[in-house]
Design a protein around this ligand. Structure first.
Ligand SMILES: Cc1ncc(COP(=O)(O)O)c(C=O)c1O
Length: 499
């Protein structure tokens, strides 16, 4: 049964004095359990009954939209199913209860997990080594650019202070570059939505430090001339950085390392099915080519054979043969990006996903992700503009520009109307180079029935827009919250509860 809008007051506005259940009344019994100084009467906590509290939070949870609720085609975010086996493995007591201060000898299991995941990612993406230390994609971008900066300082080229970023890039790319003190130069894509090596040649030079690229790019298009682009940047003395946010499109089928990238990140909450943390704990491994290994964040997990000789980290190896240690003594390292073992449970989840699928399974993941995206594109191509009408990868962009001209209904309105029909909205107005952009990424975990239902809903919304645009402009009407002033909400957020 749909919940009426705005029916849930804040918990602070609910309750009556004396209503809270107290299983242990104040007195000697409670005092033996909790030291008196931890019991405070001055906190303005609401006096609610247990039943009301349970109902309150259950109703709130029903208003939350997540991947477990319904289809979530949020482009560039890879909102795919998080298999429950991942959580079961993260909950294995030996891994769950391991203390991050445990000496290496007592932490061989967790260190083996980290080492195996690093090795698996390195062989899947063609990198010499990975560090699991950063806590998100953007955090890993920051780590990679710090690595680049340290590298150029080390080789005596600190004047390299420019980062080249194509105009299709995610906003975190220029932001990360600016945070590390680099100057950002934007590169215009060509008419086919790709980076042109000749344009790159005009901007790459003695001040180039890094070129940051997403491949497939945020238009869902594979950068088919990536080798030429990488050659231009390398000839100029710069490094190539791969933004792995779209790795779900190529995992197991082609590797950034083979395309000429020297640095990369992955978002484990995308391709490797750990939960999207909603701003909470995430994981963004950073990968490097061999010449950049000394600069990786500390600590680095190292493996030793039975004779105590350090094992070369390249290539896949079964961790069963080795003992492991954390190496903090790395003079060229950029230092830790995160304390302790970073978000270790996510590493367990990602490794569980990797093993559950195996090499062939992971290869099929990206094939199906690409198939699903193209299936939707082909089935809405006659009702909405498709600015780049070709086989795309795991996501594609549509444009509501013609629809807006004819009916006044914009990309934003299509997104709102989809909410009313039980779908999460696609990403809208990104990438910036496509007007009235809708970026749709279905992922491989959706069934054909779900894709067909989404296509039908999308087509019905466009048909409604043509017949009766007001009906679309009035949406959403079935959600807990209707249209809000989004600009004001972003610029003047008021998050305080006013009694
Ligand atoms: C292309 C691209 N790069 C980088 C990021 C940043 O990743 P994170 O959200 O893990 O910080 C995203 C996130 O959506 C992205 O889509």
């Amino acid at each position: 049964m749909p919940l009426p809008a705005f029916d849930t007051p804040l918990i602070f506005a609910m309750g009556q004095e004396g209503r809270a259940n107290r299983y242990l009344p104040r007195g000697p019994q409670l005092d033996t359990l909790l030291p008196a100084e931890t019991l405070r009467d001055d906190l303005p906590l609401p006096d609610n009954s247990e039943l009301d509290v349970v109902r309150h939070f259950t109703r709130l949870s029903q208003k939350t939209f997540g991947i477990d609720t319904a289809f979530y085609p949020l482009g560039s975010c890879t909102m795919k199913y998080n298999p429950r086996i991942n959580d079961a493995m993260a909950n294995v007591p030996a891994l769950r209860d391991a203390h991050p201060f445990a000496p290496d000898a007592a932490a061989q299991g967790p260190l083996a997990v980290m080492w195996e995941l690093e090795r698996a990612l390195a062989s899947l993406f063609g990198m010499a080594a990975f560090s699991l230390n950063p806590a998100a994609g953007a955090h890993a971008e920051l780590a990679a650019l710090l690595i680049a900066k340290a590298y150029f300082k080390k080789i005596g080229q600190p004047q390299r202070n420019v980062v080249i970023v194509p105009d299709t890039a995610h906003g975190t790319n220029p932001a990360s570059a600016a945070m590390v003190g680099f100057k950002v130069v934007s590169l215009k894509s060509d008419a086919q939505g790709r980076v042109d090596p000749d344009e790159m040649r005009k901007v790459a030079g003695p001040d180039t430090a890094v070129c940051m690229m997403t491949n497939p790019n945020t238009l869902g298009l594979f950068e088919s001339r990536i080798h030429e682009v990488a050659d231009v940047v390398h000839e100029a003395g710069g490094l190539m950085y791969y933004d792995g946010a779209n790795a779900n499109a190529l995992m197991g089928n082609t590797r950034p390392g083979d395309m000429g990238f020297d640095l990369m990140h992955l978002n484990l909450h995308k391709t490797f099915t750990i939960p999207h943390g909603g701003g909470g704990a995430g994981a963004g491994p950073v990968g490097v080519a061999a010449h950049l290994i000394p600069f990786l964040p500390t600590p680095v997990v190292r493996a030793f054979d039975a004779e105590g000789t350090a094992v070369d980290a390249s290539g896949w190896r079964d961790s069963g043969e080795f003992t492991f240690a954390l190496d903090f003594d790395r003079p060229d390292s950029i230092g830790p990006m995160r304390s302790f073992w970073s978000n270790f449970a996510h590493m367990v989840r990602a490794l569980a996903y990797t093993y559950a699928n195996g090499g062939e399974g992971l290869t099929n993941v990206s094939k199906l992700a690409v198939l699903n995206a193209n299936y939707i594109r082909v089935n809405i191509t006659d009702v909405v503009d498709i600015p780049y009408p070709e086989i795309n990868r795991h996501e594609f962009v549509a444009s509501a520009q013609s629809l807006k001209r004819e009916t006044g209904v914009r990309a934003l309105d299509i997104g709102k109307a989809l909410l009313d029909r039980g779908y999460h909205a696609p990403t809208v107005y990104f990438p910036l180079i496509v007007p009235e952009c809708l970026m749709i990424e279905p992922t491989e975990t959706e069934s054909k029935e779900t894709l067909d239902a989404f296509i039908a809903a999308f087509r019905e919304i466009v048909a409604t827009a043509r017949a009766n645009p007001e009906a679309v402009l009035a949406t959403p009407i079935n959600t807990a919250v209707g249209r809000i002033d989004e600009t004001r909400a972003a610029r003047q957020p008021d998050l305080r509860w006013h009694p």
